[in-house]
Design a binder for this molecule. Structure first.
Ligand code: GLN
Length: 453
């Protein structure tokens, strides 16, 4: 009830939610009854949960921020939602996002932007700006997000929250409306490292409904976070800093906060090591071919017949109806990427664009392999700037550059966490530090982040 009251107080200004559950209090009361009757419940039982609208839910609409899915009710719950319900978390509502998770500012939502609780004139990051803003504004203690190129970590960076993109295959994508299937991962957003770890323990692990889901005996992430919080893990920890990560584009306040965090790590016994990742700088270019290519294929199912919106064209053909529906249902950024992806996949261009991008992807994976042979984690600033003003970044290419530090993890499938590293000396806004680890070493990220926190 306290969270519902908070939503009633602030969400008209923040607009973190697209839908607030009518059943939250009832569900919470039921969990309380189970607790009182002596049932053994999980550590998160009774904790409210905000859910990014990319995840389908049976009791609330799921739109992925798009008009084309306005009012869509799913016949099933995403696996992560089903697991959260089974653990006794209380779904509070569905959070705002860039349409189909394409964006870095939540300005591309068909339902209007979310505002950053630190300064309502600024963006909350994207695409999961709603989940991050809800957590930052105390409208939810924990939330679910999805991260294809940074959509959990970059919003965490600009809102002073914690967000982790799991190892590819670590968390089920069943019921996550697909953007780019070789890059998408679902993960937690929270105010503390331990909270993310607890939620990750609930949602993670093998799911037979997701063919990319790993069969792996994951350790307890909460135990890793609690272990890390004691701090001694930093002694002798080798932290890699990428020499090539372009200094240009990183705001002075962001770089200064990053260096201060490195000093803090060194003061606690960590060894700061320069590592080379010469192909990282091509990550954005490769990603913005691979992502649109996969998205153009995934979004073909919104055809006016199977899901959501249908715009009737009296006397028109099926194709006319499809074209009119897609014209009305998709926003500009989605159309841009469908056109780009379709072009990149077309005969005659496939090798030049998609094929080259896949080669770059392999080179970035090899950069990680080489780097992780000599360091335990890699650290970077999560994103180049603090929260910019709504409407300030109009050029799509400039928007894409926000993802320079987050995209490599998605291309390589490795886990990444962003946690607050302080406030920028430039503007007093939150800055995040990102840690990356080898695939399957998500627990290491929780330990290191909890130690620094
Ligand atoms: N900003 C990136 C994009 O626009 C990230 C998206 C995401 O992670 N869903 O594609």
């Amino acid at each position: 009830q306290a969270h519902l009251d908070r939503i009633a107080d602030v969400d008209a200004d923040v607009h973190a939610y697209l839908h607030v559950s009518e059943r939250a209090v009832e569900v919470a009361a039921d969990i309380d009854r189970r607790r009182v009757s002596g049932e053994k419940l999980s550590e998160l039982a009774g904790v409210p949960l905000a859910i990014k609208d990319v995840l389908v839910t049976t009791d609330m609409p799921s739109t992925s921020g798009s008009r084309i899915l306005e009012g869509f009710m799913s016949p099933y719950d995403a696996t992560v939602v089903a697991r959260a319900r089974a653990a006794g978390l209380v779904p509070l509502g569905k959070t705002n996002m860039d349409e189909f998770a394409m964006g870095s500012s939540t300005e591309h939502s068909a339902y209007g932007p979310t505002h950053n609780p630190w300064d309502l004139d600024r963006i909350p990051g994207g695409s999961g700006g709603g989940s991050a803003a809800a957590v930052a504004a105390f409208e939810a203690p924990v939330a679910l997000g999805s991260d294809t190129g940074g959509s959990i970590r970059q919003p965490a960076h600009v809102t002073g929250t914690v967000g982790l993109k799991p190892t590819y295959g670590g968390v089920s994508r069943y019921g996550a409306i697909a953007l780019a299937s070789s890059l998408d991962q679902v993960g937690p957003v929270s105010r503390t490292v331990l909270d993310s770890a607890l939620l990750h323990d609930v949602i993670g692990g093998h799911d037979p409904h997701d063919s990319t889901s790993l069969e792996y005996a994951w350790p307890s992430f909460a135990a890793a976070a609690r272990d890390g919080a004691r701090g001694d893990i930093l002694k002798g920890l080798r932290v890699g800093v990428i020499s090539e990560l372009p200094d240009s584009g990183f705001q002075a306040g962001v770089s200064a906060s990053f260096r201060a965090s490195l000093d803090l790590l060194a003061a606690h016994g960590a060894e700061i090591v320069d590592v080379s990742a010469p192909h990282f700088e091509y990550g954005v270019a490769a990603y913005y071919l691979i992502l649109p290519a996969e998205a153009s294929s995934n979004l073909a199912k919104f055809d006016s017949v199977r899901f959501g919106l249908r715009v009737d064209v009296p006397g028109g053909t099926v194709e006319d109806v499809m074209a009119a529906t897609r014209d009305a249902g998709f926003g500009d950024e989605v159309k841009r990427r469908i056109i780009l992806g379709t072009y990149a996949l077309s005969a005659g261009y496939y090798d030049a664009y998609y094929g080259s991008a896949q080669k770059v992807r392999t080179l970035i994976q090899r950069d990680f392999d080489t780097a992780f042979a000599s360091v335990d984690v890699i650290a970077t600033p999560t994103a180049p700037t603090t929260a910019f003003r709504l409407g300030e970044v109009e050029d799509p290419l400039q928007m894409y550059l926000n993802d320079v530090a987050t995209i490599p993890a998605n291309l390589a499938g490795v886990p990444g966490i962003s946690l607050p590293s302080g406030l920028s000396a430039d503007d007093g806004l939150p800055v995040g530090i990102q840690f990356l680890a080898p695939a399957r070493e998500d627990a290491r990220l929780y330990s290191v982040a909890a130690a620094l926190e």
